[in-house]
Design a protein around this ligand. Sequence first.
Ligand code: NAP
Ligand code: 2RA
Length: 375
Amino acid sequence: MGDILRARVFTALTPCASVAGMSHFMQRAGASGAGFVVAVVGASGAVGVELVRCLEERGFPVAELKLFASSRSAGKRLSFRGQQVEIEELGEQSFRGVDLALFSAGSAISKRYAPLAARQGTLVIDNSSAFRMDPTVPLVIPEINAAAALKHRGIIANPNCAAIISITPLWPIHRINPVRRLIVSTYQAASGAGAAAMQELRESTRAFLEDRPYAHTVLPHPYAFNLFSHNTKVDAVTGYNEEETKVIEETRKIFADPGFRITATCVRVPVLRAHCVALNFECETPINASLVRDILAAAPGVKIIDDTAANYFPMPKDATGQDAILVGRIRQDVSDPSGRSIAMFVAGDQLLKGAALNAVQIAECLLADQKTIAA
Ligand code: NAP
Ligand code: 2RA
C-alpha cells in the first residue's frame, strides 16, 4: 500500500481524532480534574461486571462509583480499585449527582430510567436496543463515528454487539474502497444472551455428558452440542429475526447510509464467550487480500490473526478477554470474477468491544474532546 493511502488510513481511523466541540457532560465536575460520579446500571450482569472492570483497567476518572441492579442483587459487592462497592437496588432517586450512567439492564429498564436520568443532567450511555434507532440518539462506534457522540441530548446508544464486531473491521476498508454489498453470517456465543445463558450452556453440557435430562429455560432449544437460529423473534413478513434486523439497520445508521446493501444470518453457537462473524463483501473497485491486510494492519481496534500455513485463524478462545477484534481468513471471494469481493472471518469479545469497552470508549471520546478544548 502506498504511503499516501496508509497516511489516509491512519488519520481517518484514529478513534476520537475527529471529535470537536465541548460536550455538556464534560462541563461538569470531571472537567475540574476531580473525576466523575459514575453509575453502572445492571452491574451484576454479564456486561455490567465488564463495565466495572473496563472503568478500572482503563483508568477512567471515577471519583465515585455507584452500582445498581434489581433487588435480587442488592447487597452483593463488586471490587473496584481494591474497594468493595455494594450493589444497590435501582430506583428513581438513583441518579442524583451522577455525571455518567452506563446502562446494561435490558431495554425495559433503559426505557424507564434513562430519560429520567438524562433529564436530571446525567449522561447516559446505553447498551440496550431501546434508543438505538431513535434519530435523536447517536449510535456510536468510536473507530467509525466518534464525532456523532457530541450530538447527544443526554443519551448515547451503544450498538448491537454483532454489529460492532462485524463492521469495526469493515469500516477501514469501506473508507478506502466503498463496500457495495455486505453479507454477515454470525456465530454468537452464550454470553450474548447474558449470564443466565452462559450458566445454561455450562449446566446443559454437563448434563449431556453425564447422560442426564436437562430442561432448558433461558434459550429456546437444547444448547449443548447444538446450534440454532438466533433466539429473537422472527418477522413473519421478512423472515428476518430481530438480531439480523438490528445488524442491518444499525449498520446503515452508523455508516450514515440508509441504502447500504447488507444482509445478515444470525446463529447462536455453543461457545461460552466471544462472537464470530463470516463477512463477505463486494467493493466498488477491484481489491485483493494483500491490500486488505495492509489496511487492517493500520486500523485501530483490530488485530490480524491469519496464519494460513498453521491453519490458525480467529477463534473465540483467543478473542475472549481481548479488546481487539481478531481478523483472519482474508481471501479473495472467488464467486466474484470481477475481483471486487473479499471473504474474511472475525472473532470479538462481545462483552468487551461489543458492549462494555465500546461504551467506556464513547465516554473517553467525550473526555478527550474536553481535554483538547482545555489544552
Ligand atoms: P444479564 O447478564 O442478564 O444482566 C442483566 C442485568 O440487568 C443484571 O445486572 C440484572 O440485575 C439487571 N436487571 C434486571 N432487571 C432489573 C431491574 N428490574 N432493575 C435493575 N436492574 C435489573 O444481561 P447482559 O448480557 O449483561 O445484558 C444487559 C444489557 O446489555 C441488555 O440490554 C443486552 O441487550 C445488552 N447487551 C448485551 C451484550 C452481551 O454481549 N451480553 C452485548 C451488547 C448489549 P439482577 O442481577 O439483580 O437480576
Ligand atoms: C446476542 N446481540 O448475542 C446479543 C447481545 N445482546 O444475542
